[in-house]
Design a protein around this ligand. Structure first.
Ligand code: ZN
Ligand code: ZN
Length: 339
């Protein structure tokens, strides 16, 4: 079968031909219908920001946000059958370690990992797999993982209906966070991005959100003119760099970190967050409860992920997909292995 693999510790990926894998105990073989390209895949493509930790050996087929149909089940599998439609989580909590035992499934010590989904077929441990209704569009199902990431950031915050938030980063995770925030009933959501993100900011406005271009010299004033006088209730960092957050969030407010931090927070900034009593909350991956909610929200039409899917590529055009995202064009690109 055809697949997209990382073959060398440098920029790039390769289209390779590999055998269809066999599911082991507690594993499913999934015929991949759609698999999103994630920001972390882009780091792996560019070979930056600790990508070597995600890809300890090569060649490695990449891709970890798939949805598809179960075509084979391994020994001992319960709760899944051939023909089921599933969405897959790259992070599958073990359920037994101290973190899981204390209910912090998203900080599991030894999660089941999932990769290899930019391929016609992929192996999925059952603990990484979530059944979705057959009526759910497979493209929407492939968007559940990023949506659940944004939804979990909202769960980690103490925001309530009527509150306000600034979201730094107009990429898929920023927009998913915004959709989840709106579903919660926030009264004001401002999304910021750089000049290079112009297309993404335009889509954010089409989706009904306020935006500010953080490349403008007076961008902080622009945000402050929109949010309540003493700052937003929460700031979400979906850009990997907490920028000027002390000017944006209210005293006693919250900063929720999503994604891979791309820079150190200067101590002057940390100091002001301390004096303003701002809580810094890491929002890592998702919880089993988040999946239940995310599937229900998309299945029942409370959330529509389609506007965010701007590009679709077959496996042969995988490199083009990465180059597109590298140039910050489009929002979410899906690889469609059966196309
Ligand atoms: Zn991802
Ligand atoms: Zn665990």
């Amino acid at each position: 079968m055809k697949a997209i693999a990382k073959t060398r510790p440098e920029l790039g990926v390769e289209i390779v031909d590999v055998p269809v894998p066999k599911p082991g105990p507690d594993e499913l073989l999934v015929k991949v219908a759609a698999c999103g390209i994630c920001g972390s895949d882009l780091h792996i493509y560019l070979w930056e920001l600790g990508a070597e930790r995600a890809i300890p050996s090569m060649p490695a087929v990449i891709g970890h946000e798939p949805a598809g149909e179960v075509v084979e089940v391994g020994k001992g599998v319960t709760g899944f059958k051939v023909g089921d439609h599933v969405a897959l989580d790259p992070f599958g909590p073990c359920g037994r370690c101290p973190a899981c035992a204390s209910g912090r499934f998203n900080f599991c010590h030894s999660p089941g990992r999932l990769g290899g989904a930019f391929a016609e077929y992929a192996i999925a441990p059952v603990r990484n797999s979530w059944v979705v209704p057959k009526s759910m569009d497979m493209e929407q199902a492939a968007m559940l993982e990023p949506f659940a990431t944004g939804l979990h950031a909202i769960e980690e915050s103490s925001l309530a209906a009527g509150d306000s938030a600034v979201i730094e980063g107009p990429g898929p995770i920023g927009l998913c966070t915004a959709l989840a925030a709106r579903a919660l009933g926030l009264s004001l959501i401002v999304i910021t991005g750089l000049a290079a993100d112009a297309e993404r900011l335009a889509l954010a406005r089409e989706m009904g959100f306020k935006t500010v271009c953080a490349s403008d010299r007076d961008w902080i004033d622009q945000v402050r003119a929109i949010v309540p006088e003493h700052g937003a209730d929460a700031v979400f960092d979906a850009a990997g760099f907490l920028d000027s957050v002390r000017h944006l969030v209210k005293r006693g407010g919250e900063v929720i970190e999503l994604g891979w931090p791309a820079r150190d927070i200067p101590s002057a900034e940390m100091r002001s967050l301390f004096f303003h009593g701002v809580k810094i909350i890491p929002s890592r991956v998702r919880m089993p409860e988040t999946w239940r909610r995310a599937v229900a929200m998309v299945a029942n039409g409370a959330i529509d992920m389609k506007p965010m899917i701007t590009h679709r590529f077959d496996l042969d055009h995988g490199v083009e997909a990465f180059e597109l995202l590298r140039n910050r064009k489009g929002v979410k690109a899906l690889i469609m292995p059966q196309a």
